[in-house]
Design a protein around this ligand. Structure first.
Ligand SMILES: NC(=O)C1=CN([C@@H]2O[C@H](COP(=O)(O)OP(=O)(O)OC[C@H]3O[C@@H](n4cnc5c(N)ncnc54)[C@H](O)[C@@H]3O)[C@@H](O)[C@H]2O)C=CC1
Ligand SMILES: Nc1nc(O)c(N)c(N[C@@H]2O[C@H](COP(=O)(O)O)[C@@H](O)[C@H]2O)n1
Length: 227
């Protein structure tokens, strides 16, 4: 499976505020680019932290992009995936509407009643892992459902986990011209953080977009802190 991460960060590396309230970092050109990225994916994935904070829809908005997908016999908008170990996704979340298939990937820690509630709300529930969603198992389960290209939109905990599992092939970061600050505000990669060995990136492109900068990387492997 090809896995790529896209996110928008402030100039100080934050994805949102310390209150975890969504910040509009991207401008119109970048949001159009994100729409094109979504249109090129079989599924768009977020963590339940993003669902609880932003209630995203995660669909392709541009009608010509949707038409191009249906012309090649793909659904108009990619599948949506939420990593949700205990099944906290609200049953009225926008990702559970009928605009696209939605996979709620839970762990064995999710109660039977939460799994049923998500299924009743329209999700296909997938179980991967014991206490927390196990990413290798989740990715395998998605692959068996025909997902070959997976876009990760966030947030910081989930992006870190995908890097930690060595599952990311490409990263694009839009760096907006704003400072958000806050030691507890989410960053591009939160989690426990890397020590001693870090994912290595190869910078493939840099360009101005809106009033910010788009950085595009491929992931080349892992290396030690001092080379
Ligand atoms: N600027 C941007 O491009 C974006 C910003 N955001 C922001 O990020 C914030 C949400 O990010 P986070 O709080 O970090 O939450 P998150 O969206 O990364 O979700 C984390 C949660 O996912 C669940 N999870 C299940 N399995 C997991 C695994 N294997 N690894 C990691 N998490 C797993 C856990 O419940 C965990 O608490 C919001 O404030 C949102 O606005 C989110 C997406 C994009
Ligand atoms: N690319 C990007 N730029 C920003 O400035 C953002 N705040 C985000 N946030 C992400 O976009 C999701 C919203 O998706 P919908 O428009 O509802 O489909 C939100 O949940 C974050 O994942 N992204």
């Amino acid at each position: 499976m090809h896995v790529f991460v896209n996110a928008a960060a402030s100039a100080d590396g934050k994805l949102s505020t310390r209150r975890r309230e969504q910040v509009r970092i991207s401008g119109p050109e970048d949001f159009a680019r994100v729409d094109r990225l979504r249109a090129g994916a079989d599924a768009v994935l977020v963590g339940v932290g993003t669902v609880l904070a932003d209630d995203p829809h995660l669909t392709v908005d541009d009608s010509s992009l949707r038409a191009a997908r249906t012309d090649r016999d793909d659904p108009a908008t990619p599948a949506r995936v939420v990593l949700d170990s205990t099944g906290r996704t609200p049953t009225d979340a926008r990702i559970l509407d009928n605009a696209a298939t939605t996979y709620a990937v839970v762990s064995s820690a999710a109660t039977r009643s939460r799994r049923q509630a998500l299924a009743d709300a329209g999700a296909e529930v997938v179980v991967a892992g014991d206490d927390r969603v196990a990413l290798d198992d989740a990715v395998s389960a998605l692959a068996t459902r025909g997902i070959e290209t997976l876009m990760i939109e966030g947030g910081g905990e989930v992006i870190y986990s995908f890097f930690a599992a060595g599952l990311v092939d490409e990263l694009s970061v839009y760096v907006g011209s704003v400072i958000v600050g806050g030691r507890d505000a989410p960053t591009l990669a939160d989690g426990d953080g890397f020590v001693g060995s870090f994912p290595d990136l190869s910078l493939e492109d840099v360009r101005a977009v809106d009033d910010g900068v788009l950085l595009e990387y491929t992931v080349t492997g892992r290396s030690g802190a001092n080379g």
